[in-house]
Design a protein around this ligand. Structure first.
Ligand SMILES: *Cc1c(COP(=O)(O)O)cnc(C)c1O
Length: 335
C-alpha cells in the first residue's frame, strides 16, 4: 500500500528509536527533563524566538495560542479555510471563548493587509473588538501553498498597527522555508508566536512546538497544563523530535516527488491537478472523490477526500520515486 494520506503517517527512523531509548529524562512538569529543555532551546534558536514550548500536538499548540493571544469575548481574525478555524472542533469557541471572524484569502490563502484592516473590529458598546490575527503557512486546505515571508509580514504589520498580536500556524513551516529556500526564522520574524509540527514531514512520532517571546511562552506553559498537556519524562518523545529538526533539508525531496506525482496524474484523463508548491497535491476528479478513493485503495494507493470532487495526496519520507511511479499507475487504473 502506498500511503499518501498525510505526512503524519511516517514511522520513526532507527535513529529516532535509538534516541528515544537513550534519552536523558526528568520530570518536565518540574522543568527537569534535559531532553525537553534541549529541544525547546534548539527550536527557539532555529526559529529566532526568545523561547519555545513542547506540546503534544499542533492542535494543542494552536489552541494555546488562541487562548494567550485573546481575551474572552473578543474576535480572532483568521482565514476561511484555516486549520485553526476549520479542523479543530471549534476549539477557539471552546478554549479561548472568542468569535472567529474569517477572511476569504483567495485560492492561495494569502491574507492581504487590506483584508486585515477591513476585518478589524474596534471594541465598543456593541462590538466585541478584535484580539489577534492568525495566519497559516504552508496553507494546508489551499493545497500546501508556500506563502512568502514578505506576505506574512505585510498582514502582520497591518494587525500590529491596530495593536493586535499575530500567531502563525506553521504546522508545515519548514516546508514553506524549503520551498522558498529561506530560513524559517524569516517567516517567524514578523509574527508574535508560531506553532510548527515535528510529527509531519520532519518524521517525529509525536509533538509540536509553540515558540515566541518569553512572556507569552510562560503563559502558554500555564495553558498547556490546564489543557492536560503537562507531561513527565517526555524526553522519550522529545529526543526523536531533535532528530526530526535535523531533517529539515530533506523536505525538498518530498516537494520534488509531489511535482513528479502531479505531472504523472496530470496526464491522466478525467483528472485535473493543481501545481504543487510543497508536498501536497490536490487532484480534482470527475466522479465523487470518495468513490475514486475507494478504487484507488483497491489499486494500492491511499489519499484523503478534501472536497466533493477533490483528493489530497501528500508526499513524505516513507515514499520514494518508485512508489510515486507506482502510485501514478495505480490511480490511472482506478479512474
Ligand atoms: C496538521 C495541522 C495542524 C494540527 O496538527 P496536529 O498535530 O495534527 O494536531 C494544525 N495546522 C495545520 C495547518 C496542520 O496541517
Amino acid at each position: 500500500m502506498i500511503d499518501l494520506r498525510s505526512d503524519t503517517v511516517t514511522k520513526p527512523s532507527e535513529e529516532m528509536r535509538d534516541a528515544a531509548r537513550d534519552a536523558e529524562v526528568g520530570d518536565d512538569v518540574y522543568g527537569e527533563d534535559p531532553t525537553i529543555n534541549e529541544l525547546e532551546a534548539r527550536t527557539a534558536e532555529i526559529l529566532g524566538t526568545e523561547d519555545a514550548l513542547y506540546v503534544p500536538s499542533g492542535t494543542m499548540g494552536n489552541q494555546i495560542a488562541g487562548r494567550i493571544h485573546t481575551e474572552r469575548g473578543q474576535e480572532l481574525l483568521c482565514e476561511r479555510e484555516s486549520h485553526i478555524y476549520k479542523w479543530e472542533l471549534a476549539g477557539l469557541a471552546q478554549h479561548a471563548e472568542v468569535q472567529p471572524r474569517t477572511i476569504d484569502a483567495g485560492p492561495r490563502g494569502v491574507i492581504e493587509p487590506e483584508q486585515v484592516r477591513t476585518g478589524y473590529v474596534e471594541q465598543s458598546g456593541h462590538r466585541p473588538g478584535t484580539g489577534a490575527l492568525a495566519v497559516e503557512d504552508t496553507h494546508n486546505s489551499h493545497g500546501g501553498t508556500a506563502i512568502a515571508p514578505e506576505k506574512i509580514a505585510a498582514a502582520a504589520e497591518a494587525a500590529h498597527d491596530f495593536g493586535l498580536t499575530v500567531h502563525l500556524d506553521g504546522a508545515r513551516l519548514f516546508n514553506a522555508a524549503a520551498a522558498h529556500d529561506r530560513p524559517a526564522a524569516e517567516f517567524v520574524d514578523p509574527v508574535d508566536t508560531v506553532m510548527c509540527c515535528l510529527s509531519k514531514g520532519l518524521g517525529a512520532p509525536v509533538g509540536s512546538m509553540l515558540a515566541g517571546p518569553e512572556a507569552m511562552i510562560e503563559e502558554a506553559h500555564r495553558v498547556r497544563k490546564l489543557l492536560g498537556g503537562g507531561m513527565r519524562q517526555a524526553g522519550m518523545i522529545a529526543a526523536p523530535g531533535l532528530e526530526a529538526l535535523a531533517n529539515r533539508d530533506r523536505l525538498s525531496e518530498d516537494h520534488r516527488r509531489a511535482e513528479r506525482l502531479a505531472e504523472g496524474l496530470g496526464r491522466v484523463d478525467s483528472l485535473s491537478v493543481d501545481d504543487p508548491e510543497t508536498n501536497i497535491v490536490l487532484v480534482h476528479t470527475d466522479r465523487p472523490a470518495e468513490a475514486v478513493l475507494d478504487d484507488c485503495e483497491e489499486e494500492g494507493v491511499l489519499g484523503v477526500p478534501f472536497a466533493e470532487h477533490t483528493i489530497r495526496f501528500c508526499t513524505h519520507w516513507d515514499v520514494d520515486d518508485d512508489d510515486i511511479d507506482r502510485a501514478i499507475e495505480g490511480v490511472e487504473r482506478a479512474v
